[in-house]
Design a protein around this ligand. Structure first.
Ligand SMILES: [Zn+2]
Ligand SMILES: [Zn+2]
Length: 520
C-alpha cells in the first residue's frame, strides 16, 4: 500500500500545488485572530519544489517579457515592505539570533550560515535593496594596483537613459530592436557527446574555478557593456548548465549594439580572483591543522598559529610579485541575435531563456556511465577548491578560513558550490538589472494574484502593511495538520479556483469574442 503522504504528494504535483509548503502563523492585528497559513516553498527559499519551480519559471518569463522592449523609462521607487518581505526579515532576525547562540555554544554554524545567505538573497529579490546587516562586515580596500583595468574598448558619452534606440522605417513604422546574447566559458579540452574525449588532459581545475567564480565576469561584462553602449543598459539573464557541466549565460538586453562590439566586449572582459595561492597542499591526509580554543588553527608539528584569512590577504597584498589565483574569461563562442519587440522570435527567446530554470546545474543521467564519471571528476576537482573565504579548504593551503571555528576539515566544506546539484556554481540562476522593468518579482506575483481575484469577482483587500504579523512555526508544532492533509486541502482549493476560472472564461467568451486573458 502506498503511503498516504506519497499519494497526496503525487496528487499535489499533478495539480501544480506546492509539495513542501512552509507553515507560518499569521496574527491579524485588527481582530487578534491567529491562523496557520501555508506559504508555497517557492515564495520564500531558493530551493523550490517542482511545482513551485514551474510557477516561478512562469513568473520569470512574465518578468523578462515586461522589461525587454520598454518604450518608457521605468520609475523605480522603493515600496513599503509587504508581508512577504516583513516575514523574511523577521525570519532573518530569528536565524541570526539562533546563529549567535550556536556560536556561543561553540557549535557548527554551517547550516545556519547557508540559510542566512539564502535569506539575504531572497530579501534582495523580494525588492528590499541592500543587505539587512549592511556595514556589519565591511569590505576590504584592495591596493589600487590590483584594480582591474577597464579593457581597451570604445567608449561612448553616457546618456541618462535605460532605453535603447528606436528606428523608423521608410514607411513610417518604428522599431525597437533588442539583443539576445549567449556567453559561454572557454574550452577545457575536446568534448564529444557532452563528455571529454580525453579525461586525463581535460582541465578540471580550470573548469571548477571558472564555475565557482562565474558570476564575477558577468558583472564586469555588464559594466563594460554600459561603457561602450553609452547608456544604462538593462538586462535579464539566466545561468544555465551546458551538457559538459559548464555554466553559460543567456541574456536579454534592452536596446541594441553592433554584433561585433558585443563580441569585442566579451573578448575583453575578464575577472581576476585575488585570493592567496591554493595550488600546493600544505596539509593533507592525516597531517592537518589542529584547533585550539581561543587561539585558532595551529600547525600540527610546530604548534605555530596559522595566518588568519585577513593576515593572509594582507601578506598577499603586500607582495609585489603576487599573481591572481585565477583569471576567468569567456570563451570565443559568443552568440548575438537581434530581436524585435512583440515578434514570435522574442517569445521563443523568452522560453529559451527560462528553459532549464527548473533543472539543477549538475543534472546528469545516472545510467550514462561516461557522464557520471565526468561529473565525478568535476566534483573531485571542486572538493579541494576553496569556494569562498570561509571555505574549510583554506586549511589545506595553510590558511585559517575567514570566521574559522572548530571542526573544519579540508575537503568537507558544506558550501553549495561543492555539491553535485551545483557543480561549482552556487550563485543566483536569474540575474536581473535594477531598472529592467517597473516591477520586482514580488510585484509580478502580486499582479497575478490581483488578476485572478478580479476575475473571480473579488477585490484584493487594500494592503494595510501593518495588519498582519507573520511568524515561523517551529517543526512539530501540534497546530499544524499532517502534510498529506495540507496538500489535499491545497489541491481542493486549486480545483475550486480552476473551475471558477473556467466558468468565468466561458461566460466572457459567450459575451465577447475578443475577450482575452492570461491562462491561470
Ligand atoms: Zn513548493
Ligand atoms: Zn567550500
Amino acid at each position: 500500500m502506498p503511503r498516504a503522504r506519497d499519494v497526496a504528494r503525487e496528487v499535489a504535483e499533478q495539480h501544480d500545488v506546492c509539495i513542501r509548503p512552509i507553515a507560518l502563523q499569521r496574527l491579524d492585528t485588527h481582530t487578534g485572530h491567529r491562523e496557520i497559513i501555508d506559504v508555497p516553498c517557492g515564495a520564500t527559499l531558493d530551493a523550490a519544489c517542482p511545482p513551485c519551480a514551474k510557477r516561478n519559471r512562469q513568473l520569470r518569463m512574465a518578468q523578462c517579457r515586461g522589461g525587454w522592449h520598454l518604450d518608457h523609462e521605468p520609475t523605480i521607487t522603493p515600496d513599503e515592505p509587504n508581508d512577504e518581505q516583513r516575514w523574511l526579515i523577521e525570519f532573518r532576525a530569528d536565524m541570526q539570533a539562533k546563529r549567535d547562540q550556536t556560536v556561543q555554544a561553540g557549535q557548527d554554524t554551517t547550516d545556519l550560515d547557508a540559510i542566512i545567505t539564502g535569506l539575504d538573497e531572497e530579501i534582495n529579490t523580494a525588492g528590499i535593496r541592500g543587505n539587512v546587516l549592511a556595514g556589519a562586515g565591511g569590505k576590504r580596500n584592495r591596493s589600487t594596483r590590483r584594480r582591474q583595468d577597464a579593457p581597451d574598448l570604445p567608449q561612448r558619452k553616457m546618456a541618462n537613459t535605460t532605453l535603447g534606440r528606436t528606428f523608423t522605417s521608410s514607411d513610417g513604422k518604428s522599431y525597437r530592436p533588442s539583443l539576445f546574447v549567449t556567453l559561454t566559458l572557454p574550452s577545457y579540452g575536446k568534448i564529444r557527446d557532452g563528455v571529454p574525449l580525453d579525461p586525463d588532459t581535460y582541465d578540471y581545475v580550470r573548469a571548477a574555478r571558472d564555475a565557482l567564480h562565474f558570476s564575477k565576469p558577468v558583472d564586469r561584462f555588464v559594466q563594460n557593456l554600459r561603457r561602450v553602449a553609452g547608456y544604462d543598459v538593462q538586462y535579464f539573464a539566466t545561468v544555465e548548465p551546458q551538457r559538459r557541466f559548464a555554466p553559460h549565460l543567456h541574456m536579454a538586453i534592452r536596446g541594441t549594439l553592433p554584433r561585433a562590439e558585443i563580441k569585442q566586449i566579451a573578448a575583453a572582459t575578464y575577472h581576476q580572483v585575488w585570493w592567496p595561492p591554493a595550488d600546493r597542499a600544505v596539509y593533507e591526509g592525516d597531517h592537518l591543522p589542529v584547533w585550539d580554543n581561543g587561539v585558532g588553527y595551529l600547525d600540527p608539528d610546530t604548534g605555530e598559529v596559522l595566518p588568519t584569512w585577513d593576515e593572509a590577504l594582507d601578506h598577499f597584498d603586500a607582495d609585489e610579485s603576487a599573481q591572481p589565483l585565477h583569471v576567468v574569461r569567456f570563451g570565443a563562442q559568443v552568440d548575438v541575435k537581434g530581436v524585435l519587440a512583440g515578434t514570435p522570435d522574442a517569445d521563443q527567446c523568452i522560453r529559451y531563456l527560462s528553459k532549464y530554470l527548473t533543472k539543477s546545474l549538475g543534472d546528469w543521467n545516472p545510467h550514462n556511465r561516461a557522464q557520471r564519471q565526468h561529473a565525478e571528476r568535476m566534483l573531485e576537482a571542486l572538493q579541494l577548491e576553496p569556494c569562498s573565504p570561509t571555505c574549510a579548504n583554506w586549511l589545506r593551503y595553510g590558511i585559517q578560513p575567514k570566521g574559522a571555528k572548530s571542526g573544519m576539515v579540508p575537503g568537507r566544506c558544506r558550501g553549495k558550490a561543492h555539491k553535485p546539484d551545483h557543480l561549482g556554481y552556487a550563485g543566483r540562476r536569474v540575474l536581473v538589472s535594477r531598472k529592467w522593468s517597473n516591477k520586482t518579482l514580488a510585484e509580478h506575483k502580486q499582479d497575478r494574484r490581483t488578476w485572478v481575484l478580479e476575475a473571480l469577482g473579488q477585490t484584493d483587500e487594500p494592503p494595510d502593511p501593518h495588519r498582519y504579523v507573520w511568524k515561523p512555526v517551529p517543526a512539530g508544532d501540534a497546530n499544524v495538520p499532517p502534510l498529506a492533509v495540507r496538500l489535499l486541502r491545497a489541491v481542493a482549493e486549486r480545483q475550486r479556483w480552476r473551475a471558477h476560472m473556467a466558468l468565468l472564461q466561458a461566460q466572457a467568451q459567450g459575451q465577447d469574442h475578443s475577450a482575452t486573458g492570461e491562462a491561470a
